[in-house]
Design a protein around this ligand. Structure first.
Ligand code: GDG
Length: 460
């Protein structure tokens, strides 16, 4: 296979002991570890000039090429347009769009800079795999610089329905440039349908199941639900099941049942709705008072982006209010932690819990849902309660208890059903989900995408 060049906004540290709390970083890193390749992008620091100095690190078979962003580019490209306009709109939250012309210009400027960096490194046969909403127009800039490589984009987040996509200023220019890619990959069939609908209705493109044609240029599209490495997770969770952190967690629980949730602190994840669902459980089913604890791990993210600070305050208020209402001398209902844990610890926490609760209001996939399932023991697995609005629900609907996070009482009923579920049913649901996870694992995701990128259908 050709050499793989991966481009993402942030290149995750590979050094042992450092924690990456984003789905893209976790997925890309695991996918690259197996084949090796080059991973290019921002090093996470803000310097005086974007792109300079550019440094290269070798980590086993992965070579990382990274550079800083200037304060202006960080403010406009990253904080402003990518996370203040595209992220909310792609998660159906047009009400949170915070648009400024200079942010859009910054977004374009940084995409051009990334194209120049790619041009410096790419060899003619490299397969170039670009990740996520930060780079919708990057392929167009690569083409303007004369790059002839095959260029693929994978969108980790949902694609919104056309009326919502249209709320993004300059949406038509962005979508046209996006069609400069050879292949655009999406998480679910619904996301792909939304992209096709927009291009047909708003750009006048023609489209078939697997391609969009505009002005004679054909862009292929595909559905590639990102997976996990279930065996690696199973192994990690099993190996660390008696680690110091797990022992501490269990001694704090004093044999109570455990519901666990893990998310980056983000409004798309439905944390407030989840707290309310748990509160309803305590309110309506007194036997769970003092008998179940809910642990929410939510490492802060994008703390300097519009909207995230107020979300954090609301969460503190809501969890504080619920705890003030129900806490007993020997029991605290919600343990809400704004910190991260290392990956083995997280996986062993999943294994130590009876319920994994995922309540996204919109989510491209949600890797936590898949990790939760993979971390369970086969004999005594926990139950996954999963929002119908996470991409993962498309694959896990048979094994998980599917909920609408806006429906507080059905969430609390699902929590009760999960806590009361007999072992035989839990085992059966777990097996069903494990089969899916093994079939659509991270390696399958990577190979399907790269093989479609490398081998266009004849005439494509
Ligand atoms: C985007 C899309 C899509 C979280 N806290 C800790 C920690 N994490 C890890 C989890 C998981 C990852 O971060 C989060 O991934 P998600 O998929 O749940 O969510 P996003 O970050 O929003 O990811 C999403 C994903 O990209 C991949 O395509 O599924 O829809 O939004 O792996 O385990 N890891 C550690 N400590 C933590 O405290 N070590």
């Amino acid at each position: 296979m050709a050499r793989i060049l991966i481009v993402s906004n942030r290149v995750a540290p590979i050094t042992e002991g450092q924690v990456s709390t984003g789905g893209l970083a976790v997925g890309v890193l695991d996918a690259l570890k197996k084949t090796g390749g080059i991973w290019m992008g921002w090093n996470g620091s803000v310097g005086s000039k974007s792109g300079d100095p550019c440094s290269q690190d070798e980590n086993g078979n992965i070579s990382q090429i990274t550079w800083p962003l200037s304060q202006r580019d960080y403010d406009t490209f990253y904080r402003g347009f990518a996370n203040g306009v595209l992220w909310p709109a792609f998660h159906f939250r047009s009400d949170l769009i915070h648009f400024r012309d200079e942010d859009y210009e910054g977004y374009r400027r940084v995409n051009r800079l990334f194209a120049e960096q790619i041009q410096r490194v790419a060899k003619p046969d490299d397969l170039i795999w670009i990740h996520d909403y930060h780079f919708l127009p990057l392929a167009q800039y690569c083409r303007e610089l004369g790059l002839k490589n095959r260029l693929g984009l994978f969108l980790h987040i949902p694609f919104p329905s056309p009326p919502i996509f249209r709320t993004i200023p300059n949406n038509d220019a962005l979508a046209r440039d996006m069609l400069a890619y050879d292949l655009v990959g999406l998480q679910t069939a619904g996301d792909r349908r939304a992209l096709h609908d927009y291009c047909e209705r708003c750009l006048g493109a023609s489209s078939t199941d697997g391609a969009i044609t505009l002005d004679g240029k054909v862009t292929r599209t595909g559905v590639y639900p990102i997976g996990v490495c279930p065996e690696d997770i199973q192994h990690l969770a099993q190996e660390h099941k008696n680690s110091r952190e797990v022992v501490k967690l269990k001694s704090g629980l004093q044999h109570r049942r455990l519901i666990i949730s893990v998310d980056r602190l983000d409004y798309s994840k439905g944390l407030i709705e989840r707290f309310r669902g748990f509160e309803r459980l305590l309110d309506t089913r007194p036997r769970f008072r003092g008998a179940v604890s809910f642990v929410q791990i939510a490492p802060p993210s994008r703390t300097d982006v519009h909207g995230y600070r107020s979300l954090r305050q609301m969460l503190e208020q809501t969890s504080g209010r619920i705890n003030a209402r129900w806490t007993e001398l020997s029991w605290t209902p919600i343990r809400y932690m704004n910190r991260s844990f290392d990956r083995p610890t997280l996986m062993s926490f999943f294994r130590a819990s009876q319920v994994g609760l995922v309540t996204s209001l919109r989510d491209g996939m949600n890797l936590v849902a898949k990790e939760y399932v993979a971390a369970q023991s086969e004999d005594d697995p926990g139950v996954l309660v999963l929002s119908e609005f996470a991409g993962a629900a498309d694959e896990l609907a048979e094994g998980a208890l599917i909920i609408n996070p806006h429906d507080t009482s059905s969430m609390s009923k699902a929590l009760q059903a999960a806590l009361d579920m007999h072992a035989a049913e839990r085992r059966q649901r777990h097996q069903t989900m494990m089969q899916v996870l093994k079939k659509n694992d991270l390696i399958a995701w990577r190979e399907r995408f790269l093989s479609d990128l490398e081998n266009p259908p004849s005439g494509g």
